[in-house]
Design a protein around this ligand. Sequence first.
Ligand code: CMP
Length: 136
Amino acid sequence: ATEETLVLVKPDGVARGLTGEILRRIEAKGYSLVDIKLVEPSRDLLARHYAEHEGKPFYEPLLEFMLSGPVVAIRVAGNRVIEGFRALAGTTDPTTAAPGTIRGDLGRDWGLAVQQNLVHGSDSPESAARELEIWF
Ligand code: CMP
């Protein structure tokens, strides 16, 4: 069935000028852009978005990273788009993400406290509903 997912181009992706390339890959796959905006997220918004990671060692560095510059938030629609975008994005660690994926082709480890991995995609229908409500 048609689903919607939240995609974020994280601050590293925006700063490196990769927003267009990431949008191109989403559109080339055949998914639809429903809504899009450039956001400077507040700490409160990020704390809600990343609630499940609170207390993990990378939590504070993650929030600092996400506060370091603007983010592009995108509402994307398509059949099985939640699973499909995660396949396009590749695995969390950009060093070992498969070539052909966004993270595998465009990302790498910068030796920082948090994985700067260019994009976020919702991981389930429940997460997608929750996250779209937070960002849009
Ligand atoms: P994402 O899956 O969008 O949401 C959680 C983020 O935390 C993840 O992307 C990475 O940016 C970061 N992250 C997850 N696991 C680690 C880890 N082990 N070390 C550093 N950063 C991580």
